[in-house]
Design a protein around this ligand. Sequence first.
Ligand SMILES: Nc1ncnc2c1ncn2[C@@H]1O[C@H](COP(=O)(O)OP(=O)(O)OP(=O)(O)O)[C@@H](O)[C@H]1O
Length: 225
Amino acid sequence: MPENELQADSILYRIKERQLLTDIYISCKTGEIVGLLGRNGCGKSTLLKIIFGTLLTDNKHIRINGQVYPAPYKQKNLLAYLPQQDFLPATIRLNKIVDLYFYEPEKKEAVKQNERVQKLLNNYPNQLSKGELRYFELLLLLQLDVKFLLLDEPFSGVEPLYAERIEELLNSHLGTKGFIITDHDYRSVWRVSNRIILLANGACRPVTHEQELAEWGYIPANDFS
Ligand SMILES: Nc1ncnc2c1ncn2[C@@H]1O[C@H](COP(=O)(O)OP(=O)(O)OP(=O)(O)O)[C@@H](O)[C@H]1O
């Protein structure tokens, strides 16, 4: 299995008077799902965009296999990013989106033959349920030859059954990819991740016991009473 490593450190980010990110270190290897949790507005999406390279900041250090990349998204085959908002064109049917997305027939087929997607191919993205759309978006990104995927709220609005399907999808690509995921469905994140990082007060803190999430005020303490 190819072993790649993504490391992001020394990230500082300020919004007006507020120092949002102060002391970031986060890493991910092939075969890992790193779950990034944190309260609303703590900077999770901001951090993912900085790692991807589309959000600029004065200070950051993104390395992949030891090499520094100021804008990883500009490189072929490094990172892909699932934004929080739907990103597919509303006026193009899924069938056509798949054709536009991939040049290689085997990649087109991998998406089109998927049993959950097959029946939706003639629909437009806005005719899909939230769960169906998230599943389709992920399936597209997973076919990309990238080393790491940054997923912002892959479980958002997704019923438990689709959350399970999404977990299966991620697990089926762990042989070649690593994932950093963030979502407020913290139970799904907890279940699917190998490691959990809590973003609080601008810094990333490793969390090993669910109880720590309560101690940091991310979940109610009475979840453990
Ligand atoms: N373009 C912007 N202009 C001003 N403030 C912004 C902008 N984008 C984000 N922010 C602020 O930065 C903070 C972090 O936003 P971010 O979206 O990274 O948080 P988050 O942890 O992903 O939140 P959520 O869990 O609600 O998605 C928030 O307080 C937000 O209001």
